[in-house]
Ligand binder design. Structure first.
Ligand SMILES: Cc1cc2nc3c(=O)[nH]c(=O)nc-3n(C[C@H](O)[C@H](O)[C@H](O)COP(=O)(O)O)c2cc1C
Length: 324
Protein backbone atom coordinates (compact mmCIF):
# COMPACT_ATOMS: atom_id res chain seq x y z
CA UNK A 1 0.00 0.00 0.00
CA UNK A 2 1.21 3.49 -0.79
CA UNK A 3 -0.15 6.33 1.31
CA UNK A 4 0.60 9.93 0.38
CA UNK A 5 -1.03 13.32 0.86
CA UNK A 6 -2.78 12.65 -2.45
CA UNK A 7 -4.44 9.44 -1.23
CA UNK A 8 -5.42 11.19 2.00
CA UNK A 9 -6.81 14.34 0.38
CA UNK A 10 -8.68 12.55 -2.40
CA UNK A 11 -9.86 9.61 -0.30
CA UNK A 12 -8.52 7.00 -2.74
CA UNK A 13 -6.75 3.70 -2.02
CA UNK A 14 -3.81 4.03 -4.44
CA UNK A 15 -1.98 7.22 -5.51
CA UNK A 16 -2.98 6.80 -9.16
CA UNK A 17 -5.09 9.19 -11.26
CA UNK A 18 -6.76 8.05 -14.49
CA UNK A 19 -6.20 10.89 -16.99
CA UNK A 20 -9.21 12.83 -18.31
CA UNK A 21 -10.11 11.78 -21.88
CA UNK A 22 -12.72 13.82 -23.66
CA UNK A 23 -15.52 11.71 -25.19
CA UNK A 24 -14.12 8.57 -23.51
CA UNK A 25 -14.12 9.37 -19.78
CA UNK A 26 -17.78 8.47 -19.35
CA UNK A 27 -19.65 6.97 -16.39
CA UNK A 28 -18.83 3.25 -16.71
CA UNK A 29 -15.12 3.85 -17.38
CA UNK A 30 -14.76 6.42 -14.57
CA UNK A 31 -16.65 4.18 -12.13
CA UNK A 32 -14.38 1.25 -13.05
CA UNK A 33 -11.40 3.40 -12.12
CA UNK A 34 -13.01 4.51 -8.84
CA UNK A 35 -13.92 0.91 -7.99
CA UNK A 36 -10.31 -0.15 -8.67
CA UNK A 37 -9.20 2.24 -5.91
CA UNK A 38 -7.88 5.11 -8.06
CA UNK A 39 -9.25 8.50 -9.10
CA UNK A 40 -11.41 8.48 -12.24
CA UNK A 41 -12.23 11.81 -13.91
CA UNK A 42 -15.39 12.57 -15.92
CA UNK A 43 -14.62 14.86 -18.86
CA UNK A 44 -17.30 17.56 -18.70
CA UNK A 45 -16.35 18.91 -22.15
CA UNK A 46 -17.92 15.75 -23.62
CA UNK A 47 -21.38 17.10 -22.75
CA UNK A 48 -23.30 19.72 -24.67
CA UNK A 49 -25.61 20.78 -21.85
CA UNK A 50 -25.79 20.99 -18.08
CA UNK A 51 -28.49 18.30 -18.06
CA UNK A 52 -26.26 15.83 -19.93
CA UNK A 53 -23.43 16.47 -17.47
CA UNK A 54 -25.80 16.09 -14.51
CA UNK A 55 -27.13 12.77 -15.88
CA UNK A 56 -23.61 11.40 -16.38
CA UNK A 57 -22.56 12.39 -12.85
CA UNK A 58 -25.68 10.66 -11.46
CA UNK A 59 -24.97 7.58 -13.56
CA UNK A 60 -21.38 7.46 -12.25
CA UNK A 61 -22.62 7.86 -8.67
CA UNK A 62 -25.00 4.93 -9.20
CA UNK A 63 -22.06 2.72 -10.28
CA UNK A 64 -19.65 3.50 -7.45
CA UNK A 65 -19.69 4.69 -3.87
CA UNK A 66 -16.06 5.82 -4.17
CA UNK A 67 -14.97 9.42 -4.87
CA UNK A 68 -14.56 10.56 -8.46
CA UNK A 69 -13.66 13.85 -10.11
CA UNK A 70 -15.03 16.12 -12.84
CA UNK A 71 -12.65 17.83 -15.27
CA UNK A 72 -13.44 21.36 -16.38
CA UNK A 73 -11.54 22.13 -19.59
CA UNK A 74 -10.81 25.85 -19.70
CA UNK A 75 -9.53 25.85 -23.29
CA UNK A 76 -11.74 28.59 -24.81
CA UNK A 77 -13.42 26.68 -27.64
CA UNK A 78 -14.11 23.49 -25.74
CA UNK A 79 -16.91 24.36 -23.35
CA UNK A 80 -20.32 24.73 -24.95
CA UNK A 81 -21.85 25.91 -21.66
CA UNK A 82 -20.62 28.57 -19.19
CA UNK A 83 -17.78 27.21 -17.08
CA UNK A 84 -19.31 28.40 -13.79
CA UNK A 85 -22.52 26.56 -14.67
CA UNK A 86 -20.68 23.27 -15.21
CA UNK A 87 -18.83 23.68 -11.92
CA UNK A 88 -22.14 24.47 -10.21
CA UNK A 89 -23.72 21.26 -11.56
CA UNK A 90 -20.79 19.18 -10.31
CA UNK A 91 -21.01 20.78 -6.86
CA UNK A 92 -24.79 20.36 -6.69
CA UNK A 93 -24.38 16.67 -7.52
CA UNK A 94 -21.95 16.18 -4.64
CA UNK A 95 -18.71 15.94 -6.63
CA UNK A 96 -15.94 16.82 -4.17
CA UNK A 97 -12.91 16.89 -6.50
CA UNK A 98 -12.69 19.22 -9.49
CA UNK A 99 -9.81 19.20 -11.95
CA UNK A 100 -9.21 22.18 -14.24
CA UNK A 101 -6.95 22.19 -17.30
CA UNK A 102 -6.21 24.14 -20.46
CA UNK A 103 -6.04 27.72 -19.09
CA UNK A 104 -5.56 29.56 -15.77
CA UNK A 105 -8.07 28.38 -13.13
CA UNK A 106 -7.84 31.72 -11.25
CA UNK A 107 -11.46 32.84 -11.87
CA UNK A 108 -12.90 29.53 -10.62
CA UNK A 109 -10.88 28.48 -7.58
CA UNK A 110 -13.06 30.41 -5.12
CA UNK A 111 -16.24 28.88 -6.55
CA UNK A 112 -14.77 25.36 -6.31
CA UNK A 113 -13.43 25.77 -2.78
CA UNK A 114 -16.47 27.66 -1.46
CA UNK A 115 -18.55 24.79 -2.83
CA UNK A 116 -16.61 22.43 -0.56
CA UNK A 117 -14.58 20.75 -3.30
CA UNK A 118 -10.85 20.12 -3.72
CA UNK A 119 -9.29 22.16 -6.54
CA UNK A 120 -6.77 20.30 -8.67
CA UNK A 121 -5.13 21.83 -11.75
CA UNK A 122 -3.20 20.17 -14.57
CA UNK A 123 -0.37 22.11 -16.17
CA UNK A 124 2.72 21.57 -18.27
CA UNK A 125 5.16 24.34 -17.23
CA UNK A 126 6.96 25.10 -13.96
CA UNK A 127 5.84 28.72 -14.05
CA UNK A 128 2.22 27.54 -14.09
CA UNK A 129 2.86 25.14 -11.19
CA UNK A 130 4.15 28.10 -9.19
CA UNK A 131 1.29 30.42 -10.10
CA UNK A 132 -1.56 27.94 -9.49
CA UNK A 133 -0.08 27.09 -6.08
CA UNK A 134 -0.15 30.81 -5.26
CA UNK A 135 -3.77 30.96 -6.43
CA UNK A 136 -4.65 28.39 -3.78
CA UNK A 137 -5.22 25.07 -5.59
CA UNK A 138 -4.97 22.05 -3.28
CA UNK A 139 -3.07 19.80 -5.69
CA UNK A 140 -1.16 20.32 -8.91
CA UNK A 141 -0.55 17.87 -11.76
CA UNK A 142 2.32 18.38 -14.20
CA UNK A 143 2.76 16.58 -17.52
CA UNK A 144 5.94 16.32 -19.59
CA UNK A 145 6.61 16.24 -23.32
CA UNK A 146 6.03 12.49 -23.69
CA UNK A 147 2.40 12.70 -22.52
CA UNK A 148 -0.67 11.99 -24.61
CA UNK A 149 -2.68 15.17 -25.19
CA UNK A 150 -1.16 18.57 -24.59
CA UNK A 151 2.43 18.90 -23.42
CA UNK A 152 3.92 22.39 -23.34
CA UNK A 153 5.50 23.86 -26.46
CA UNK A 154 8.69 24.16 -24.42
CA UNK A 155 9.23 20.40 -24.94
CA UNK A 156 10.59 19.58 -21.45
CA UNK A 157 10.36 15.91 -20.50
CA UNK A 158 8.65 14.56 -17.39
CA UNK A 159 11.99 13.37 -16.01
CA UNK A 160 13.27 16.96 -15.98
CA UNK A 161 10.01 18.74 -15.12
CA UNK A 162 8.70 16.71 -12.22
CA UNK A 163 11.52 17.13 -9.67
CA UNK A 164 11.60 20.86 -10.45
CA UNK A 165 7.85 21.08 -9.83
CA UNK A 166 8.27 19.28 -6.50
CA UNK A 167 11.06 21.69 -5.51
CA UNK A 168 8.93 24.68 -6.44
CA UNK A 169 5.80 24.23 -4.31
CA UNK A 170 4.71 22.82 -0.95
CA UNK A 171 1.37 21.41 -2.13
CA UNK A 172 1.32 17.78 -3.32
CA UNK A 173 2.44 17.26 -6.92
CA UNK A 174 1.07 14.56 -9.24
CA UNK A 175 3.38 13.56 -12.11
CA UNK A 176 2.14 12.56 -15.56
CA UNK A 177 3.46 11.81 -19.02
CA UNK A 178 5.24 8.53 -19.71
CA UNK A 179 4.02 6.42 -16.78
CA UNK A 180 2.31 3.14 -17.62
CA UNK A 181 3.43 0.35 -15.29
CA UNK A 182 4.94 -0.36 -11.86
CA UNK A 183 8.40 0.81 -12.96
CA UNK A 184 6.97 4.18 -13.98
CA UNK A 185 4.87 4.34 -10.82
CA UNK A 186 7.93 3.91 -8.56
CA UNK A 187 10.00 6.27 -10.72
CA UNK A 188 7.34 8.96 -10.45
CA UNK A 189 7.18 8.66 -6.66
CA UNK A 190 11.00 8.61 -6.52
CA UNK A 191 11.06 11.93 -8.39
CA UNK A 192 9.03 13.39 -5.52
CA UNK A 193 5.45 13.11 -6.80
CA UNK A 194 2.73 11.99 -4.40
CA UNK A 195 0.47 10.72 -7.16
CA UNK A 196 0.91 9.24 -10.63
CA UNK A 197 -1.26 10.35 -13.57
CA UNK A 198 -1.76 7.84 -16.39
CA UNK A 199 -3.83 8.44 -19.51
CA UNK A 200 -2.45 6.26 -22.29
CA UNK A 201 -2.27 3.10 -20.12
CA UNK A 202 -5.96 3.34 -19.23
CA UNK A 203 -6.89 4.12 -22.83
CA UNK A 204 -5.90 0.51 -23.61
CA UNK A 205 -8.20 -1.25 -21.17
CA UNK A 206 -11.35 -3.32 -21.61
CA UNK A 207 -13.62 -0.64 -20.10
CA UNK A 208 -12.36 2.25 -22.23
CA UNK A 209 -15.19 2.97 -24.71
CA UNK A 210 -13.11 3.24 -27.86
CA UNK A 211 -13.40 0.83 -30.81
CA UNK A 212 -11.39 -2.39 -30.43
CA UNK A 213 -9.54 -1.64 -33.70
CA UNK A 214 -7.89 1.31 -31.96
CA UNK A 215 -6.99 -0.74 -28.89
CA UNK A 216 -5.36 -3.33 -31.17
CA UNK A 217 -3.50 -0.57 -33.06
CA UNK A 218 -2.18 0.83 -29.76
CA UNK A 219 -0.90 -2.61 -28.72
CA UNK A 220 1.03 -2.75 -32.02
CA UNK A 221 2.14 0.91 -32.05
CA UNK A 222 5.63 0.82 -30.46
CA UNK A 223 7.55 3.73 -28.96
CA UNK A 224 7.51 5.79 -32.17
CA UNK A 225 3.76 5.39 -32.57
CA UNK A 226 2.96 9.03 -31.72
CA UNK A 227 3.52 12.37 -33.42
CA UNK A 228 3.39 15.96 -32.16
CA UNK A 229 1.06 17.98 -34.37
CA UNK A 230 1.28 21.73 -34.01
CA UNK A 231 -0.28 24.96 -35.16
CA UNK A 232 -3.83 23.60 -35.18
CA UNK A 233 -6.45 23.94 -32.48
CA UNK A 234 -5.98 20.25 -31.83
CA UNK A 235 -2.19 20.59 -31.44
CA UNK A 236 -0.78 17.91 -29.22
CA UNK A 237 0.73 14.44 -29.06
CA UNK A 238 -1.45 12.04 -31.04
CA UNK A 239 -1.35 8.56 -32.55
CA UNK A 240 0.81 8.36 -35.69
CA UNK A 241 -1.51 7.43 -38.57
CA UNK A 242 -2.51 8.75 -42.01
CA UNK A 243 -4.54 11.68 -40.71
CA UNK A 244 -1.95 12.88 -38.16
CA UNK A 245 0.93 12.49 -40.65
CA UNK A 246 -1.04 14.58 -43.17
CA UNK A 247 -1.82 17.28 -40.61
CA UNK A 248 1.80 17.25 -39.43
CA UNK A 249 3.12 17.79 -42.97
CA UNK A 250 0.54 20.45 -43.83
CA UNK A 251 1.30 22.35 -40.62
CA UNK A 252 5.04 22.23 -41.37
CA UNK A 253 4.26 23.57 -44.88
CA UNK A 254 2.35 26.58 -43.55
CA UNK A 255 -1.20 25.43 -44.38
CA UNK A 256 -3.88 27.84 -43.19
CA UNK A 257 -5.61 27.24 -39.87
CA UNK A 258 -8.92 26.66 -41.73
CA UNK A 259 -7.38 23.89 -43.87
CA UNK A 260 -5.90 22.21 -40.81
CA UNK A 261 -9.03 22.51 -38.71
CA UNK A 262 -11.19 20.96 -41.44
CA UNK A 263 -8.91 17.91 -41.51
CA UNK A 264 -8.61 17.38 -37.80
CA UNK A 265 -12.11 18.39 -36.79
CA UNK A 266 -13.49 16.68 -33.68
CA UNK A 267 -16.63 15.29 -35.34
CA UNK A 268 -14.59 13.58 -38.04
CA UNK A 269 -12.22 12.12 -35.45
CA UNK A 270 -15.13 10.83 -33.38
CA UNK A 271 -16.77 9.27 -36.42
CA UNK A 272 -13.56 7.33 -37.05
CA UNK A 273 -13.42 6.26 -33.38
CA UNK A 274 -16.93 4.84 -33.62
CA UNK A 275 -16.29 3.06 -36.94
CA UNK A 276 -12.87 1.85 -35.86
CA UNK A 277 -11.10 3.56 -38.76
CA UNK A 278 -7.64 3.74 -37.20
CA UNK A 279 -6.04 5.66 -40.07
CA UNK A 280 -8.58 8.51 -40.04
CA UNK A 281 -9.15 9.09 -36.32
CA UNK A 282 -7.10 11.82 -34.69
CA UNK A 283 -6.54 10.62 -31.14
CA UNK A 284 -4.28 11.72 -28.31
CA UNK A 285 -1.66 9.13 -27.41
CA UNK A 286 1.48 9.16 -25.24
CA UNK A 287 4.90 7.68 -26.02
CA UNK A 288 4.48 5.14 -23.22
CA UNK A 289 2.18 3.26 -25.63
CA UNK A 290 5.40 1.43 -26.59
CA UNK A 291 5.29 -0.65 -23.39
CA UNK A 292 1.63 -1.60 -23.78
CA UNK A 293 1.13 -5.11 -25.16
CA UNK A 294 -2.20 -6.16 -23.70
CA UNK A 295 -5.80 -5.04 -23.12
CA UNK A 296 -6.56 -5.82 -19.46
CA UNK A 297 -9.34 -4.48 -17.24
CA UNK A 298 -8.74 -1.27 -15.29
CA UNK A 299 -8.56 -3.28 -12.06
CA UNK A 300 -5.98 -5.67 -13.54
CA UNK A 301 -3.79 -2.70 -14.51
CA UNK A 302 -4.02 -1.18 -11.02
CA UNK A 303 -3.49 -4.47 -9.14
CA UNK A 304 -0.48 -5.36 -11.29
CA UNK A 305 1.11 -1.95 -10.71
CA UNK A 306 0.67 -2.16 -6.93
CA UNK A 307 1.91 -5.79 -6.71
CA UNK A 308 4.93 -5.24 -8.92
CA UNK A 309 5.77 -1.93 -7.21
CA UNK A 310 6.40 -3.85 -3.99
CA UNK A 311 8.73 -6.25 -5.87
CA UNK A 312 10.64 -3.32 -7.37
CA UNK A 313 11.16 -1.78 -3.96
CA UNK A 314 12.52 -5.11 -2.69
CA UNK A 315 14.87 -5.34 -5.66
CA UNK A 316 16.15 -1.81 -5.06
CA UNK A 317 16.62 -2.58 -1.40
CA UNK A 318 18.73 -5.62 -2.26
CA UNK A 319 20.81 -3.53 -4.68
CA UNK A 320 21.60 -1.12 -1.91
CA UNK A 321 22.81 -3.91 0.41
CA UNK A 322 24.92 -5.36 -2.40
CA UNK A 323 26.72 -2.06 -2.95
CA UNK A 324 27.83 -1.61 0.67
C1 LIG B 1 -7.15 9.69 -25.70
C2 LIG B 1 -6.75 10.79 -24.76
C3 LIG B 1 -7.62 11.86 -24.57
C4 LIG B 1 -7.27 12.90 -23.70
N1 LIG B 1 -8.16 13.93 -23.50
C5 LIG B 1 -7.88 14.89 -22.57
C6 LIG B 1 -8.84 15.89 -22.23
O1 LIG B 1 -9.94 15.91 -22.78
N2 LIG B 1 -8.52 16.81 -21.29
C7 LIG B 1 -7.30 16.80 -20.65
O2 LIG B 1 -7.05 17.64 -19.78
N3 LIG B 1 -6.36 15.85 -20.95
C8 LIG B 1 -6.62 14.91 -21.87
N4 LIG B 1 -5.71 13.92 -22.13
C9 LIG B 1 -4.44 13.88 -21.36
C10 LIG B 1 -4.55 12.92 -20.15
O3 LIG B 1 -5.57 13.34 -19.28
C11 LIG B 1 -3.21 12.85 -19.39
O4 LIG B 1 -2.81 14.15 -18.99
C12 LIG B 1 -2.10 12.21 -20.21
O5 LIG B 1 -2.61 11.12 -20.94
C13 LIG B 1 -0.95 11.73 -19.32
O6 LIG B 1 0.11 11.27 -20.09
P1 LIG B 1 0.27 9.73 -20.59
O7 LIG B 1 -0.61 9.62 -21.79
O8 LIG B 1 1.71 9.59 -20.92
O9 LIG B 1 -0.17 8.83 -19.49
C14 LIG B 1 -6.01 12.88 -23.02
C15 LIG B 1 -5.15 11.79 -23.22
C16 LIG B 1 -5.50 10.75 -24.07
C17 LIG B 1 -4.53 9.60 -24.25
Amino acid sequence: MFKTRVTELLGIEHPIIGGTMQALSLAEFVAAQANAGILGILASASFQSKEELRDEIRKTSSLTDKPFCVNINLFPMLMPVGIEEYIQVALEEGVRIIETSGRSPAPYIEQIRNGGAIAMHKCARIKDVRSVARMGVDLVEIVGFECGGHPSAEEVTTLALLPQAVDTVDIPVIGGGGFGDARGFIACLALGAEGVLMGTRFLVTKECPIHDNFKQAFVEAGETGTVMVRKTIEAGRVMRNEISETIFEMAENEATLEELVSLGAGARARDAWVKGDVQQGLISLGQIVGIIHDIPTVKEVVDQIIDEAAEILNRLDRLQVASR
